[in-house]
Design a protein around this ligand. Structure first.
Ligand code: NDP
Length: 304
């Protein structure tokens, strides 16, 4: 029987682990499908406080992991397949192993949707990005593209004009689902160009470890074209990793867990932290902050 089990080992899960371990709660962290979370998909992180010269995303999560281990956190590699949260102790199944826990912190994160191209996979962190706030700074005076037609894509495009020379919004339809106010702002921005209705067929050039251009297909005329760009931001949405909690934990219409009074969920003793419950801020530092809150809430719950 464990006092605290944490699902997820990104910024939120690792910060919760550091706090719970220092409170002598000997937390068990179940790594998940993507150990280290979304930071492992980025290169330089320049906005995490305390690193004036920046730090590589994978290095940052590795340092947090070591910090948690130093205080007695135990890591288990595997993904959670089922949870039983009706009665305490909670039961968490991961890879044929069942963990029993007095409290559970869900920090399973969200996964940025990708287009599914092989070249996209090869160039992620080398010009292909899913986070404008993280990587926009690297594209000063460059021509870049943003894929998507929702609020994320339009907001990212607006943000990226602070750095880029030209931002092309590539969307598969002529109509946008983004809110009118954001679209109007983008349309009024001379640095933003709308390219519709197109899908991205390929990104070159994985052999050079650099983004040089995207191949587009017009979905009405089937005409192909090549757009030279130095970077491409994929803004087609995120999926919170909450499938196994459906019908168990309260979530909004997009599947993000609902929290109240800090990190509490609808089940007493179950807490949520990081991107699994945040579709607004989605930053490493906010995820870390909410991981801290969840660990403190779990500690208080155990004391009571
Ligand atoms: P959305 O699901 O709203 O939009 C995703 C966009 O990506 C759609 O335009 C969709 O096209 C396109 N898309 C999806 N899959 C593909 C694909 N495989 N290839 C090409 N294009 C694709 O996600 P968002 O992340 O934009 O927004 C999620 C939620 O968060 C929304 O409720 C939004 O309002 C909110 N949000 C609010 C913000 C704010 O208020 N500041 C900022 C960011 C998000 P199609 O339209 O054709 O389906």
């Amino acid at each position: 029987m464990h006092k605290v089990v944490i699902i997820g080992s990104g910024c939120a899960g690792l910060t919760a682990a550091i706090y719970a371990a220092r409170a002598n709660l000997k937390p068990v962290i179940i790594d998940g499908h993507e150990p280290g979370g979304q930071l492992t998909l980025t290169t330089m992180v320049e906005n995490f406080p305390g690193f004036p010269d920046g730090i590589l995303g994978p290095e940052l999560v590795e340092a947090m992991r070591k910090q948690a281990q130093r205080f007695g956190a135990h890591f288990y590699s595997g993904a959670v397949t089922a949870v039983e949260l009706k009665n305490r102790p909670f039961k968490i199944e991961a890879h044929k192993e069942t963990f029993e826990a007095e409290t559970l912190i869900v920090a399973a994160g969200a996964t940025a949707r990708l287009l599914g191209l092989e070249s996209e996979r090869q160039l992620i962190g080398h010009g292909v990005s899913t986070c404008a706030t993280c990587d926009g700074y690297f594209f000063r005076d460059k021509d870049i593209a943003v894929v998507g037609g929702g609020d994320t894509a339009i907001e990212e495009a607006n943000f990226l004009t602070r750095f880029a020379r030209k931002v092309s919004i590539l969307h598969r339809r002529k109509d946008f689902r983004a809110s009118k106010i954001m679209l109007d702002r983008a349309r009024a921005n001379p640095k933003i160009h709308f390219v519709t209705p197109v899908t991205v067929e390929d990104i070159s050039d994985p052999a050079k470890h650099n983004v040089e251009a995207v191949t587009l297909r017009n979905t009405e005329t089937e005409e192909k074209s090549v757009l030279p760009v130095s970077g491409i931001f994929i803004g087609i949405g995120h999926e919170p990793n909450t499938k196994i909690f459906r019908g168990i934990l309260d979530m909004d219409e997009s599947g993000y867990l609902k929290t109240h009074q800090g990190s509490r969920t609808n089940i007493e003793g179950v807490f949520a932290a990081g991107d699994v419950q945040d579709k607004v801020y989605r930053q490493a530092v906010t995820a870390a902050g909410s991981g801290c809150m969840a660990a403190l809430d779990a500690e208080k719950f155990l004391e009571a």
